[in-house]
Design a protein around this ligand. Structure first.
Ligand code: PGA
Length: 256
């Protein structure tokens, strides 16, 4: 089962995730992080930046990227990762990849998978979840075995992300994303969600049937998952009392 931790707010979740990352980096200074974009993971990056640790050897692989934005577009995930992660955390930009950043798009997925394998795999993957249940940009119907590839965004995701663009029509139609199979290979998944708008997606991911219709439910197949949610995002979980009890009674060596 995933470890479900119900926190008071985003900042508390960010602290927990940042501590897990720092513990990893203390063991392995060139740890490989899976980096998510969107509003949710900002809590993690802010908490990490405040700790001021040396992360200059950490390697990173972004989860996903839009297809079709002009190079350097401020909402491209390369730009977002540079602004929100690489610069504030002092990562080496040469050690951070974004899907589709090299070579033709047709072969970019296979190239990205190879690069992750050559790096020794992702140690800790940070994840948000879409209101439609996607993780990465693996929209409903994505194969649990999928690897990095080009996908078409759902109308819901384009609507959700329109807030970052001048007009909803400017949100790209396509993306390139790590697959559910790629995510499954990471050694530790840390999924964060905040607010009532994520409650249904979290309930489906954590307690719903394992189905491609709820891509987040793929986490139920992973041996080491931490789900950090606020009260609102936890509000549709049936077993919430048990999750609180289990976390309150965790054993001294049990961390995320
Ligand atoms: P958000 O996006 O963090 O901006 O809500 C999450 C996601 O779409 O994965």
């Amino acid at each position: 089962m995933a470890e479900i931790v119900i926190v008071s707010d985003m900042a508390a979740a960010g602290e927990l995730a940042a501590d897990a990352i720092l513990a990893l980096v203390a063991q392995k200074p060139d740890a490989v992080l899976g980096l998510a974009t969107g509003s949710t993971p900002l809590a993690v990056y802010r908490a990490l930046a405040a700790k001021g640790a040396d992360l200059s050897r950490v390697r990173g692989f972004a989860l996903d990227e839009y297809v079709g934005l002009p190079p350097g577009h401020p909402e491209s995930y390369r730009a977002v990762i540079t602004r929100d992660v690489v610069e504030p955390l002092g990562l080496d930009p040469a050690l951070v990849r974004v899907p589709g950043d090299r070579g033709p798009l047709e072969t970019a997925g296979a190239d990205y998978e190879r690069a992750i394998i050559e790096a020794g795999g992702i140690d800790l993957q940070i994840l948000g979840i879409g209101t439609d249940g996607h993780i990465g940009f693996n929209e409903p119907g994505s194969s649990f075995a999928s690897l990095t590839r080009v996908k078409t965004l759902t109308a819901q995701t384009r609507e959700d992300n329109a807030r970052f663009f001048d007009s909803p029509a400017d949100v790209p139609v396509h993306c390139i994303t790590q697959g559910l199979g790629t995510i499954q290979r990471a050694r530790h998944l840390v999924l964060l969600a905040f607010g009532e708008g994520k409650a249904a997606a979290i309930a489906a991911a954590v307690e719903g049937p394992i189905t491609a219709s709820s891509p987040g439910s793929a986490i139920q197949l992973h041996a080491h998952v931490s789900v950090l949610v606020d009260e609102a995002a936890a509000s549709r979980l049936a077993n919430v009392d048990y999750y609180r009890h289990a976390w309150a009674n965790r054993l001294p060596w049990e961390t995320l």
